[in-house]
Design a protein around this ligand. Structure first.
Ligand SMILES: [Zn+2]
Length: 489
């Protein structure tokens, strides 16, 4: 069995001013050919796919291109063209193969292309034809579109938030094996849901998202059901087909697929008010509560500046509040600020730097904060850390600044924000000694789990704000809940 493999992932925030280029992909992982097998072994969707295939069949993987760029603004057109050309050339030179696996995120926009995954799937079909089995996997924050459904034989999305990309790759392999090895002719049904909600109820371990995802898992235990995917689209995607969706794949039973799709859509709709519940509190209240906590670690989620939602990672809102409250305990946070990094390098380790920091990259939300800091260390560069499906990332040059009890890592690139303790350990900081840490994510603080005592969601401004009603929507289909009171399923 010979299987073509490709991967393309980026999560676009339509409200981020930072364009995504090929260099963005290079920061997190851009690989070609056999290099993909080495770099993706044991990690991510490709890693999971390889493992399941290896366990079940004698096969030959035919890797073409792999790109992951994290989350930021739309791709430049030439960046999308790069993937288009690599896919066409790679597929054309394959002598023969039996099927294709395409690992996708599903919410990437490029200049002039609202649905780049649908676009690339169309490109792929143009080479491999309509009869070649094609299975795709998606992040469940994808925006499922007609083109994606039309161009694939089966789809599967992540089952959990935080995501388990490896598991999703395994599920995709099982779908592909059912089709290619077992001769199953799948039937896929799907449905859009006129819903777009903030990310504060996105975790799948509790609350309405757990109820909805649990129903999908129960459906998958029924005879003839191959996959049931629930897709709560990430909420900063302003595109004509935007909104939540569901997709169900059965062993050829079209009416069953449609009935389950309908049931899943109705379940989400029934829970819509719960999905919109806000838990975040003001920066002033959040920092005060963290200061008053009798032990750490207190995680403060900088909701509006989620780098894994596409924000710039340079919001200084929480830094400013900590400075204002003169916090008496050690706090850890990060900011993207290339100018501040260069100023720190020029100042030198041990020197004192007074500068305006952060809040420079996003003209809609940014406000710099003046600080006087001691330059404690200079570092940065490429970091080898396995998380969220990749094995390393490049944070550019970075510096550790001390501002009273605040330990601030400023980097040239967003890297992973401060969303993993290795960012601080790189500078010799023991996370156990900190009372609070700011994460630039609304869902992925799991890497701090061994220290966490409480998590506080903070209602901060930024491109990933929880207040979707404040954003200027131009393309989203209307009416849609909760932006429009007349939205209906
Ligand atoms: Zn996601």
């Amino acid at each position: 069995m010979r299987i073509a493999i490709a991967s393309y992932g980026q999560e676009t925030s339509s409200f981020s001013p930072v364009q995504t280029t090929l260099e963005t992909f290079e920061l997190y992982g851009l690989f070609e050919g056999q290099q993909i097998l080495e770099k993706c072994q044991d990690v991510g969707s490709i890693g999971g796919f390889l493992q399941t295939m290896n366990a079940h069949v004698d096969w030959t993987p035919l890797p073409i291109v792999h790109g992951w760029a994290g989350a930021s603004g739309p791709l430049t057109r030439e960046t999308l063209t790069y993937f288009e050309e690599k896919l066409v050339a790679g597929l054309q030179q394959l002598e023969s193969f039996d099927a294709m696996y395409f690992a996708l995120h599903g919410a990437a926009v490029a200049e002039g292309v609202h649905d780049t995954e649908g676009y690339l799937l169309d490109v792929v079909r143009g080479v491999i034809g309509d009869d070649m089995p094609l299975v795709a996997s998606l992040d469940h924050h994808a925006n499922l579109t007609q083109a994606m459904v039309d161009r694939t034989d089966a789809l599967v999305a992540h089952r959990t938030q935080p995501h388990d990309q490896f598991e999703t790759g395994q599920l995709a392999a099982q779908l592909l094996l059912s089709i290619v090895r077992d001769g199953v002719k799948p039937a896929m049904a799907w449905q859009k849901i006129p819903l777009i909600t903030h990310q504060e109820q996105f975790l799948t371990a509790a609350g309405p998202m757990k109820q909805w995802f649990d129903l999908a898992r129960e459906m998958e235990s029924r005879p003839g059901v191959m996959s049931a995917s629930t897709l709560p689209m990430q909420p900063w995607l302003d595109v004509p087909e935007g909104g939540w969706a569901v997709a169900v794949v059965t062993e050829g039973d079209e009416p069953l697929a449609q009935a389950l799709t309908q049931e899943l859509a109705e379940k989400a709709w029934a829970l819509r008010e719960d999905f919109c519940r806000l838990d975040s509190i003001t920066p002033e209240a959040a920092v005060r509560r963290a200061v008053e906590a009798d032990r750490g670690l207190v995680v403060l989620t900088d909701t509006g500046d989620s780098i894994w939602g596409g924000a710039t990672g340079d919001s200084s809102t929480l830094l400013a509040e900590m400075v204002r409250q003169q916090i008496p305990h050690m706090a850890l946070l990060t900011l993207v600020d290339p100018e501040a990094v260069q100023a720190a390098i020029a100042t030198g380790v041990g020197g004192t730097l007074t500068t305006m920091i952060g809040g420079k990259l996003d003209p809609n939300f940014g406000t710099p904060t003046q600080v006087t800091a001691t330059v404690a260390a200079i570092g940065g560069g490429r970091q080898d850390v396995t998380l969220l499906g990749f094995k390393s990332y490049d944070m550019g040059q970075a510096a550790l600044l001390e501002i009273g009890n605040i330990r601030l890592v400023v980097g040239e690139k967003r890297g992973i924000g401060g969303n993993h303790p290795s960012v601080y350990e790189h500078f010799g900081i023991d996370v156990a000694e900190a009372r609070m840490v700011v994460v630039k994510t609304a869902s992925n603080w799991q890497f701090y789990n061994e220290w966490i005592d409480q998590v506080i969601r903070v209602d901060t401004p930024g491109a990933t704000t929880s207040h979707l009603e404040d954003l200027t929507w131009q393309h989203l289909p209307r009416p849609i809940y909760p932006l429009d009171s007349d939205a209906a399923l």
